[in-house]
Ligand binder design. Sequence first.
Ligand code: BDR
Ligand code: CA
Length: 314
Amino acid sequence: MNTSRSIIIDTDPGQDDAVAIFLALASDELQVLGITVVAGNVPLELTARNARIVCDLGGRPDIPILAGCDRPLLRPLVTAEDVHGNTGLDGVEIYDPDIQLRDQHAVDFIIETLRSQPSESVTLCPLGPLTNIAVAFKLAPDICARVAEIVLMGGAYFAVGNVTPAAEFNIYVDPEAADIVFRSGVPLTVLPLDATHHVLSNKPRLDALRAIGNRTGQAIADLTSFYERFDRRKYGSEGAPLHDPCVIAYLLKPEIFESRFVNVEIETSSELTRGMTVADWWGVTDRQPNATFAGGADADVFFELLTCKIANLP
Ligand code: BDR
Ligand code: CA
């Protein structure tokens, strides 16, 4: 009997997205039905190419990769080359792999997959702006009831923001899309900066990944070493937060994270606080809880899991 959980990874790679994809590909517990790509860290053309490189390095040419929306619902695209480099995947060699994109729009793939797979069997794992997911929900509202759950990286409450003083990047880039997803009624788990800022790289952790002796362990160390520079400069921290891999780690070992089931709403109208995730952590309103919102993480257990799983890849 196949007991693995079926997932679709919606992503804008990104070094930390790449690590998340590797972790998913390395885990028998997860069956990756497809990787849907969105514009975010860098424009869509680059995030799509980066997803192809990641699957090539991971030795998985069989995974469908589909390009989706090239801009947010209502706003111009904001990118993050300052964090991820001009390629979005600085730190490893950039090349044009043999793996090609599937000839289907990511949104159509999401809709078709949710309609064709058994109801409540597919988990969506968004690692970037929520544009593809929101468009799918708007075009095909029937699929909302068929989603098992959404486990996403985005937002912040105590950590407030990383791209503005009030907002985290993924939510800030497309707040209207986030608002649609957070109001969708689909069971939602959120890995915000409050959790991901605990999951920091450091030298022993990267050395352990290199010591596996495979190309993906080496690639994760190289990608993270590039990406660390930004956080070291900005926060004075020892390393970089591995934001997006927290989503996959949550699927594998939810006990790594502490969380609360609370109401989370998205600020869409204020320019000052655009994309803020207003989480009722203390239960001071009568707004209905709609999300399991993580507030902390055990980094040692996370890195043990990552290192152990990556040994399964080429
Ligand atoms: C999120 O923004 C992106 O830069 C990362 O890939 C991650 O998904 C962190 O705020
Ligand atoms: Ca991302």
